[in-house]
Design a protein around this ligand. Structure first.
Ligand code: MG
Ligand code: ZN
Length: 191
């Protein structure tokens, strides 16, 4: 049987959004994210990060820098008894000086590419899954993959809530932060 996932945006959702971090010391994980992730782990949902990292295409960090950041995040979570089941990142930027990253890809949120890849790799039922994020692109992404989008008010969330109203778009739920979003999801009946 396929597993369900709680997909997570990274910057502004799990950790502070500081622009284009290129080393682990620049990643400040919100204190409530540790318990939130442990709750996901205990629930049986997979916890999978989906993150746009156009900073790679823009030349602000390398794929190796990103790998180092993600290894450190996994280690920080592991130290607190929590586990990330997968991390998927889009490195592309349409105007990248590097041809390797210069493309209009199918994996930059809100395009569904990374979720489709994760679903294939990990055996995920997207329709039974959720996406938690702080930007309009995150809500659109959740809708595009047929999952239920949850907006958090951390990061750009407050601004995003206003934009969504103007666009007449509605997430399945809006929560103060990641921990509250996870609590809401775990209280929902299976769709
Ligand atoms: Mg974000
Ligand atoms: Zn991409």
């Amino acid at each position: 049987m396929k597993k369900r996932a709680i997909f997570l945006d990274r910057d502004g959702t799990i950790n502070e959004d500081v622009g284009y971090p290129n080393k682990p010391s620049q990643i400040k994980i919100f204190s409530s994210s540790f318990d939130a992730l442990a709750k996901i782990n205990a629930s049986g949902f997979l916890a999978v990060i989906i993150t746009n990292q156009s900073g790679i295409g823009r030349g602000y960090l390398t794929e190796a820098d990103l790998e180092e950041i993600h290894q450190k995040m996994k280690a920080d979570f592991a130290e607190r008894g929590a586990r990330l089941d997968g991390i998927y990142a889009c490195p592309h930027y349409e105007l990248s000086p590097n041809p390797r990253y210069r493309k209009s890809c199918d994996c930059r949120k809100p395009k569904p590419g990374l979720a489709l890849r994760a679903a294939e790799d990990l055996g995920i039922d997207l329709a039974g899954s959720y996406f938690i994020g702080d930007k309009v692109e995150d809500v659109l992404f959740g809708l595009n993959i047929g999952a239920r989008p949850v907006l958090v008010l951390t990061g750009s969330g407050v601004e995003t809530e206003k934009k969504l109203k103007e666009m007449n778009l509605r997430p399945a739920h809006t929560a103060a932060d990641l921990s509250a979003a996870v609590d809401w999801i775990l209280g929902q009946k299976r769709p």
